[in-house]
Design a protein around this ligand. Sequence first.
Ligand SMILES: C[S@@+](CC[C@H](N)C(=O)[O-])C[C@H]1O[C@@H](n2cnc3c(N)ncnc32)[C@H](O)[C@@H]1O
Length: 304
Amino acid sequence: MTKHIPVMLDECLKAFEGERLQYFFDGTLGAGGHASAILGAHPEIEIYIGCDQDPVAIGIATETLINFESKLKIVRSNHVEIEKILKELGIHQIDGCLLDLGVSSMQLDEDIRGFSFQKEGPLDMRMDPSQKLTAKEIINSYSEKDLGRIFREYGEEKLWRRGAKAIVEARKKKRFETTTELAELISQSLPRTKQKLHPATLIFQALRICVNRELETLEGTLKKAIEVLRPGGKIAVISFHSLEDRIVKNVFRAASEPLKNLQGMKIAEPVLENLTKKPLLPSRSQISRNRRSRSAKLRIARKI
Ligand SMILES: C[S@@+](CC[C@H](N)C(=O)[O-])C[C@H]1O[C@@H](n2cnc3c(N)ncnc32)[C@H](O)[C@@H]1O
């Protein structure tokens, strides 16, 4: 299994440098790379809540973070449950929050998880294996119209219509079972002029976002996390594609402006100071060490 290299780690550490962190919420624990560095840099942390919906990630992080066992509360959950998780731990406010979105290298690497079009595996793509909906169900049972909408909205795939039609035609003869069956059909059906991306990249991205309801949960989590941050506390979010980044940008922007009523009158003060008007990007040397970081964007904000 490929070891997950934490993305924009130095930039994340810098974001929390000098801050007094007592309670920290890491909504995407993964292999615990960011967690290990943040815990190392902040001995004052009393409780580090590491949340991940993937039991495999939880297992790996538990081993990685064995030296910090006494401060760690590892929770297998979706980060959108942040309020419930904190309530169960008796924590009212947090001093810092990190979300490092998307999939980990371990998830991409395990063919059985079905995330990668480069590895033969079942069409699955669930981060939380206890969830019912899989990519296979979407591909084999959703209407052409719904498939098209998913490819257009979650993949920003220009050839969404053609992709959906090809899938619906092909499944009349045989149900799709594996990632490579789908990747091959997409390669044959979607002609590409610029061959920078594999033809199935955007379709696979769209399916993964849909299976895991990634965009809906992200917006919910951000709003709830801002609410539970203490004044002065910081939130840092690393996103990996424009749809995610747009949500982070919009939620941060809305919270950084005064709330107005329909007549344009101010009814509430802003609750957030946006510290990155433009997102931070990984350095060239980081990208050459870790290709997965090439599309990363980091946004940071502070609760007022
Ligand atoms: C990019 S990895 C995080 C890597 C981690 N920062 C590290 O350094 O090892 C993203 C992780 O977040 C998890 N994840 C993604 N969306 C989630 C959600 N809505 N709730 C909980 N975990 C989620 C995935 O299962 C994956 O393990």
